[in-house]
Design a binder for this molecule. Sequence first.
Ligand code: SAM
Length: 292
Amino acid sequence: MAEKRWIAEALFDNLGFRMSYAVERVLYETQTAHQHLVLFENKFFGKMLMLDGATQITSRDEYVYQEMMSHVPLFAHGKATDVLIIGGGDCGIAEEVLKHKSVKRLTQVEIDAAVVEFAKEHYPEFTKPVFADKRFECIIDDGMKYVAQTKRHFDVIIVDSTDPAGPGAVLFTREFYAGCKRCLNKGGVLVTQNGVPFLQANEIKTSIGHFRKLFADAACYVAAIPTYVGGLMAMGFATDNKRLRNASARQIAERYRKAGRFPTRYWTPELHVGAFALPRFIAELVNAPKKK
Ligand code: SAM
């Protein structure tokens, strides 16, 4: 019997460890114009997507990340009608955002057309409802260029990017965040994926440093995604409306009730509020240095 193939996540080679996954079947593998893409089946995690050797989503735990990147900014804002996703190729976040009937228009700006075409074939659970929804539009472009040039404005911007390498590197720069600020409506919210602080401390620290120069409120919230190894993942949260992050669980629950209490598997009003309570080592990473 042929030996089983194992696919390793090479993201932490520099730290001297690798996560490897046994491959039941390779469903799709290609080198796109921007990155290496492989989709394979794993006995426990189901369908697993890796871009340039980094795990993007798995069928088993995708809901944690997708729900926390979508419902926290939308329920914190409370009145968002115009939403922008930067990246988001697999459309998992778009599917969550469109559960909010209050959203009138959702624009996704993805750099890699091959990822969107691939997702239409291999992630119909996301792409079918999303591309059938008249509120949705997908633009193939570099997110950095789009936010620097668009004449449109948004209430919420969700940066569902790859890690700060390759095509995703620009999405962690001050210039990019300044571009996001430029096309945010007054009191709008920006959220970003910022890796796992225990292993990638600089990602959140650097982004929050940039946010602090651009926004009145620069913070982060956390969630545990099993295949984003290393413990809690950090998501950046930036806005000029300081009150948004202080909404109580009761206020968030009321907004959720008005939104029709659509089913979730991770996000709850109580967890929404609790996610901003950071473990001390992450708080020390992101809190402004005390003035002497
Ligand atoms: N949840 C995943 C994570 O946290 O690692 C990210 C998922 S999503 C697949 C990431 C998407 O960002 C990819 O489809 C990639 O092509 C896209 N992307 C990377 N750099 C980009 C850029 N500069 N502009 C727009 N999209 C970009």
